[in-house]
Structures are given as C-alpha cells and as structure tokens.
Design a protein around this ligand. Sequence first.
Ligand code: PGA
Length: 253
Amino acid sequence: MSKLLVANWKLNPNSIKEAEKLFLSASRITKRSKDVEVLICPPAPFIDRLNTTNIESKVKLGAQDCFWEEKGAYTGEVSAPMIKKLGASYVIIGHSERRKFQHETDEIINKKIKTALRSNLKVILCVGESINERKKGFEAAKNFIKSQLFKDLKDISNLQPPTSNLIVAYEPIWAIGTGKAAKPEDAIAMAKFIKSNVNSHGSNVKVLYGGSTDSRNLDGFIQHNEIYGALVGGASIKAEEFKKMIKITQKYV
Ligand code: PGA
C-alpha cells in the first residue's frame, strides 16, 4: 500500500534555524521509498534552504500556496514556476485557512490548480465542509464537497499533464486544529465519495484525510486502502510527534 504523510507547517516556525532542526528530525528517520513519501510544506521563504539541507532527498518539499499567474504586476505573490525552481514538487491549494483569511473562491482555486499542474507541480487540493454544513447531516456535507470539487476542478481533466498529479485532501473545517478529528469511517465514506466524483472523468485520484491527526489516531485513518495518507498541521511542528507519525506510516509499505 503506498502512503503519503504531509506536514503543513502553516506560518511556523519563526526562524530558518528552527525550520532546519525540525526538517532534519523528520529527514533522519525517513527512508527513501517510493511507497511511503514524507512531504514537508514549510513557509515559502524556507523551501530553498531546506532543499539544500535535504542532502539525500529523502523528504519531498512542497509549498502551501501559489499564485495563478506566472509573472507580472502582482505584488506579494509567489508563482508556481518559482516554487518549482526552489525545489518544491508539490503545492497545497485551497486550504480552508486561505479560503477564510485570503477570501479565496473556488474560481481562484481552479485557476491556481491549472497553473500549478502546468508547472509540473503535484497539487493537493483541500476540500471540507464547515460545522454548519455538517450539522445538516452527512448527505449535506457530501453535497457541499461535491459542489467544491465541481467548481475547483472545472476543465481540469482537459489539462496536460493530466490529473495523475492531483490529490484531494478531505479536511472538514470543524476538525482542523480543534483536537476533534473526524471518525475514520466518515473519512473513508467521504474518500470514496470524492473518488466517485473525480474519477468519473477517467482519473485515479487519491484522497488524504486532514484535521487533528496525531500519533494516536493516525492508524485509524491510514490503515484503510481508501485513505492514501494524512495532511498534518499542528502535530507536524512537534518534532517527536511527527517522527512517531512517520514511523506509523512506514508500517503500511
Ligand atoms: P491540524 O491541521 O492537523 O492542526 O488539524 C490540518 C491542516 O490544516 O491541514
């Protein structure tokens, strides 16, 4: 079973020194393997330096976002080709924190995915329902996710390279940073639902789960074939905790 463990460091840590320490701690126990990938997504200014630190290239690097244009008068933005050149092979797009704080719409996310795929980056698209949607029931949550997928992936199947470079992370907003992870059976049901929507276009998309994962609950999600791995926030910036999570993931080779 191949698996992917993703660290989303968000706006952490404060210095490149701390970032290197955290990175090396994960890198030391990561084996070079095509079956279990460990991907670290630091803040963009750290990617280049961590890429140099990554002597044996055991850990993959990714960005937490990219802009939809490749160049031009867009103050403050970072393009997909730029992060690719720094050493990133993945980019997270559509995280709920960007949807909330940067007011990213599905249309913006769609444009970003297209640019990232064209730049040969693998895309991790985040989708997830709010607590209000979830309170209406699981069917309502599914409908919400379906609508996000429909808008975020509009016209994507026509692209070259195709959607083999696309991964979807199911991240219910109510589970992010709250300590209340989804039930594995719900995450599995949602993973199946996501695949049934996306793969009807002939692709073979893989689904991650994200939202309050840690070393105590990770097994419950990734032991199932339906779940390709986890997108980890808070626990990924605790060196010992993330090491435990890498070891757990390595059991599933
Ligand atoms: P969390 O974050 O693990 O801290 O809940 C997950 C994410 O935001 O990707």
